[in-house]
Design a protein around this ligand. Structure first.
Ligand code: MSP
Length: 483
């Protein structure tokens, strides 16, 4: 059976989930569900990143121990993923002893290969991003990524020979590691400059995994975090590792593509392991035209959105509103108009109209398959293969609009007997197939459609025009107009 391993980044637990983290996770969930529908053996991993100076500081500010903070907050992530219908197979926490042991084992391997040496780090550090910043990179003395204050550090540290892997990494990226191309090009052009070795331990941070060769140091939080993708598979000896490595897709926001496509493959090569097959970098959300931030008070709470509008409508909006790779703007008014315009008018009304007539029709439902191919299955698969969820979802909704047009043109309310049977057959089969293609994006809506049609759980091989023999039940509307 074909295997498919997809991961989200593991999230910092100094904060609760917001629209950005929800977006990354929803995209991963859509891929996982699509590959399950194809009949593949899927392993979908998410989790929380629980070490490092940022968590240590956040716990101190809240008068808690780091462990109390991470225990509380990792639960919040799990609760939100449940609300958003996220079908992960494993939730990893970096404070899990099995993960900590795997990190130490990995470091020993890299050490034995001669890729770690002791030196001194002198430079800057951005605590919110947990990343090192060189003097040249500073913009007005601040972090080039997030614009926040950096700390000056000078301390003894152990380094990973990242520079040794520069040529190999360039080759891997040129061979298509990163999707989309624009992010690949950005990273390739950064790689034209000098690639410095990476500081992988901190003496001044105590909330971290002990560095096995010198316990006065803790492991740099990113070096620790990236290894979750292996430790979750019980590397080195686990069955899961043998089955699922290398990962098919590491899903990330564009801000952390560098860590996943440069540092991570270099670490893997150093340990004699295969790099991931693909790193997919998505764009960012602003909110009402502004960068989301606690101080502006515009942080979108995904739970509030799911409770107010339903998880499926929120999921739909995030995928529909902007191309996956681009940046886009979130606003509740845009969300409402998509619900009223597309989910209500195009989808919900169509099903209500067709099922109202079909419920009353007592004859045999059969017809000529004239709507066959209303959604091009191969094209849809191609969009998924290219990680273009935006186009995939649009293709499904174009199909829904085709069914609407068909029903409007045929006017089944004026028809009888054979002619009516034919129109109902085509519309019902097309709706049944639509439910299959909606499953990755809007799992509970798809399930409701199947219930209305009275068909059993369906997968991709069922997405062809067949016989329609079940008795349908119109029931309640899927979506109602919002004011
Ligand atoms: N802990 C690291 C990842 C380690 S993975 C080995 C981290 N965590 S994070 O909590 O900051 O969340 C990261 C994810 O959320 C990234 O994929 C990031 O791009 C995404 N987003 C955070 N804010 C975002 C938006 N405003 N919009 C879209 N996604 C953004 O980084």
């Amino acid at each position: 059976m074909e295997k498919f391993y997809i991961t989200t980044p593991i999230y910092y637990v100094n904060d609760k989930p917001h629209i950005g983290t929800a977006y990354t996770t929803i995209i991963a969930d859509i891929f996982a569900r699509w590959h399950r529908l194809l009949g593949e053996d899927v392993f979908f991993l998410t989790g929380t990143d629980e070490h490092g100076g940022k968590i240590e500081k956040s716990a101190r500010d809240k008068n808690k121990t780091p462990l109390e903070l991470v225990n509380e907050n990792s639960q919040k992530y799990k609760a939100v993923w449940e609300k958003l219908n996220i079908s992960y197979d494993k939730f990893i926490r970096t404070t899990d002893p099995l993960h900590e042991a795997a990190v130490q084992k990995f470091i020993k391997k890299v050490w034995d290969g001669g890729d770690i040496y002791k030196g001194e780090y002198e430079g800057f550090y951005c605590l919110p991003d947990e990343r090192y910043v060189t003097e040249n990179e500073l913009v007005d003395g601040k972090c080039p990524d997030c614009g926040r204050e950096v700390q000056k550090i000078k301390e003894e540290a152990y380094f990973f020979r990242l520079s040794r892997y520069k040529d190999a990494i360039i080759k891997i990226i040129e061979n298509g590691l990163i999707i989309p191309k624009k992010n690949a090009n950005e990273i390739l052009s950064r790689l034209k400059g000098e690639l410095k070795d990476l500081d992988i331990t901190r003496k001044s941070v105590s909330w971290g995994i002990k560095f096995p060769f010198d316990e006065s140091h803790s492991v740099y939080v990113w070096f620790d975090a990236l290894l979750n993708y292996l430790s979750a598979l019980d590397w080195p000896d686990g069955k899961l590792f043998n089955e699922f490595w290398p990962a098919d897709i590491h899903l990330v926001g564009k801000d952390i593509a560098w860590f996943h496509s440069v540092i991570w493959p270099a670490m893997l090569l150093s340990a004699g392991l295969e790099p991931p097959k693909r790193v997919m970098a998505h764009g960012w959300w602003t909110v009402d035209g502004k960068k989301m931030s606690k101080s502006i008070g515009n942080v979108v709470d995904p739970v509030e959105m799911a409770e107010k509008y339903g998880a499926d409508a929120f999921r739909y909006f995030l995928i529909r509103e902007k191309p996956t790779w681009d940046d886009g703007d979130f606003s509740e008014s845009a969300l409402k108009s998509r619900i009223n315009g597309e989910l209500m008018s195009d989808l919900s009304n169509l099903i209500a109209r067709v099922l109202t007539i079909a419920e009353k029709f007592s004859g045999k439902i059969e017809g000529n398959k004239e709507l066959e191919g209303f959604i091009d299955k191969n094209k849809l698969a191609e969009f998924f293969d290219n990680c273009d969820l935006y186009s995939a979802l649009n293709l499904v909704f174009d199909g829904i609009r085709r069914i609407n047009k068909y029903v409007n043109d045929k006017e089944p309310w004026k028809l009888k007997d054979g002619e009516l049977s034919n129109v109902l057959y085509n519309a019902l089969e097309a709706i049944r197939i639509t439910a299959i293609f909606l499953k990755p994006f809007m799992p509970s809506t798809a399930e409701k459609i199947e219930e209305k049609l009275n068909v059993k759980y369906q997968t991709i091989p069922d997405a062809d025009f067949k016989e329609f023999t079940s008795r349908v039940h119109r029931g309640e509307n899927l979506f109602n107009r919002l004011v």
